[in-house]
Ligand binder design. Sequence first.
Ligand code: APR
Ligand code: ZN
Length: 229
Amino acid sequence: MAGKIVILTGAGLSAESGLGTFRDEDGLWARHRIEDVATPQGFARNPQLVHDFYNARRVQAADASLNPAHLALAQLQEHWPDEVVIVTQNVDGLHEKAGAQALHMHGELSRARCAACDATWQAPPQMTPQTPCPACHSPAARPDVVWFGEIPYHMDQIADHLADCSLFAAIGTSGQVYPAAGFVQEARAAGASTIEINLEITDVSRAFDSRRIGPASQAVPDWVASLLA
Ligand code: APR
Ligand code: ZN
């Protein structure tokens, strides 16, 4: 494989591991209000509600099993460790569980952050508004995930990778949340070929050169096999 492969993953990658997506009809945003559980304002208003929401997802993610899509991406990265970059919007830690490394642009459920001093640490399974920060000891622990209105992590690194990638793949993401939804345009501007792997056509499908429609647990291993052939 000549050149860098940048792979953006979304909730659809982990759907067959039993973790809900956000915007499918039974998705998380059908059952919870974003403004209550995924904004700094919601956290300030009712930190207990936010901790309850992420505590439940943290336990679920810790118990989730990998599906063949996670394993196939880990195999691809193992085969070309210097060329394959995984950028994930997911916070479930399943790429690492499969042995891959990923840039977590929306943070990680397994991490906690201090809203007072910004220290981060390995989150306990259950957090409450009284969970103390190990650095400044104030009761200001929050999930180390990126909420709406906050700047995603690793954006400079991601921009550099997109600027010199020769292949960009978006897997299991609805393409409705920026900046991730705009990565395909950055990759195209760098001359990369682009592929979308999803159960269905998305709002950004027309920006991709090609697509594979199907469940990630089948479509991703097939795609990886085609690259390794
Ligand atoms: N295989 C492949 N794709 C799937 C599967 C599957 N088994 N199941 C669902 N999908 C696709 C859906 O068709 C949809 O396009 O996964 C996508 C899930 O879209 P969203 O629920 O919007 O998830 P995502 O794109 O990751 O959301 C981006 O929005 O709320 C924020 O921070 C949150 O990181 C999240 C971001
Ligand atoms: Zn602190």
